[in-house]
Ligand binder design. Structure first.
Ligand SMILES: *Cc1c(COP(=O)(O)O)cnc(C)c1O
Length: 390
């Protein structure tokens, strides 16, 4: 056996001391919206399976019999008939000229940002953007400007100061995953237009959940014809796996040649493509799923306003409960588990220090009763917060 260097155990000990050590759980599906977590059956408020499609047997059936592996990257020979059909379904769903697939949403962000801009360019990134967007910004070597969360003033100043950049790209999450807030996309697209910059919106949490037909935050705010490109994932509401970019034919042709995470990675397997295509179709055919999800969100938010807990008031399936310290978040999560609910504690570095929280992810698989029971348990968290702050 090899010997671990001393720093490695020191680092792990430090994580434990700071309540930041993450245990590994085994999670098995038992019923829609319910999981067995390390052997204990809980109502599952942890997943990004917003429409309950990831566990829908129809998706498993759609994948059945199709090859489990693609065997090559899409440019070589990995572009199967299922892959082509999925590209076409995505472009139709997104109402764009074309769409391009990536192995994951993470890969889509890295590959796209690094293909679009380089050292002579400038990139503008919301402070709370997802890790994959942040890493894309780091890797592309463009001049990096981070603006405060949703701060149009600061972004406007940064754009005004970078007129000499060759290309400019503004990057934002549509629906922010850690606090459930929605980006001011109309104003962002106006700024992009005024300064002749590109605008990239990451719809990872919004595809299938927001907008009249489920196209996401851009549809909700009426800007889908005004952004340069939208990035999404097939792994959340769509219920399968993989990432995608939706945009113009020219943009997709360019990325097909230049996005390295797509060119140099094996294509999404045909079985996964078949499942994802059905997931998209069901988003179209079963709008009641997202309507039910929205109604659960209002129900939960309405209940929470009565409790003394800090949360967010925006639409969407993510409801944070901000508790402050990592230990408070972990204790609250344990308390909820004792009452039958799986609500993960989100700690630094996923969120800024001092803003550790519970993150409640709703799913169309939940019922009104699931929400009401969760609220009863949250009342206990609220009561405990009040006593510890006294
Ligand atoms: C989950 C997520 C991704 C990554 O998508 P995967 O398909 O899971 O790799 C990208 N961006 C945001 C905002 C996400 O929440």
């Amino acid at each position: 056996m090899t010997r671990d260097p001393a720093w490695l155990t020191d680092e792990l000990d430090e994580l434990k001391r700071e309540h930041l050590f993450r245990s590994r759980r085994v999670v098995e599906p038992v019923a829609p919206g319910h999981s067995r977590v390390n052997g204990q059956e809980l109502v599952d408020f942890s997943a990004n399976d917003y429409l309950g499609l990831a566990r829908d047997p129809r998706l498993a059936k759609a994948a059945e019999g199709a090859p489990a592996g693609a065997g090559a990257s899409p440019l070589v020979s990995g572009r199967s008939p299922q892959y082509c059909r999925l590209e076409e379904s995505l472009a139709a769903f997104e109402q764009t000229e074309a769409a391009l697939l990536f192995p994951s949403g993470f890969a889509a962000n890295l590959g796209t940002i690094t293909a679009l801009i380089g050292p002579d360019d400038a990139v503008f990134s919301d402070h709370r953007n997802h890790a994959s967007l942040i890493d894309g910004c780091r890797l592309c070597r463009a001049q990096l400007h981070i603006y405060h969360h949703n701060s149009l003033d600061q972004l406007g100043r940064q754009l005004a100061e970078t007129a000499d950049a060759r290309r400019r790209l503004i990057i934002t999450d549509g629906l922010f995953s850690m606090d459930g807030s929605i980006a001011p996309l109309a104003q962002l697209s106006d700024l992009a237009e005024d300064f002749d910059a590109m605008l990239l919106v990451d719809e990872a949490h919004a595809t299938g959940t927001l907008g009249q037909s489920g196209r996401g935050s851009c549809e909700l705010l009426g800007v889908d014809q005004h952004v340069t490109l939208r990035i999404g994932t097939l792994s959340k509401a769509v219920g399968a796996a993989g990432g995608f970019v939706a945009g113009s034919r020219a943009l997709i042709d360019y990325l097909w040649h230049h996005a390295r995470t797509q060119v140099f990675s094996t294509a999404i397997p045909p079985a996964t493509c078949a499942a994802a295509a059905l997931g998209l179709q069901l988003i179209d055919e079963e709008p009641q799923r997202r309507h039910h999800l929205a109604q659960l969100g209002s129900r939960l938010r309405q209940h929470l306003t009565g409790l003394q807990l800090e949360t967010s008031s925006e639409d969407g399936p993510i409801v944070p409960v901000i508790l402050g310290s990592a230990s408070a978040a972990v204790e609250a999560s344990l308390l909820l588990a004792q009452h039958g609910h799986f609500v993960p504690a989100i700690r630094p570095p996923s969120v800024p220090a001092g803003t550790a929280r519970l993150r409640i992810s709703l799913s169309a698989a939940h019922t009104d009763n699931d929400i009401d029971r969760l609220v009863q348990a949250l009342e206990l968290v609220s009561a405990r917060e009040v006593t510890t702050h006294e």
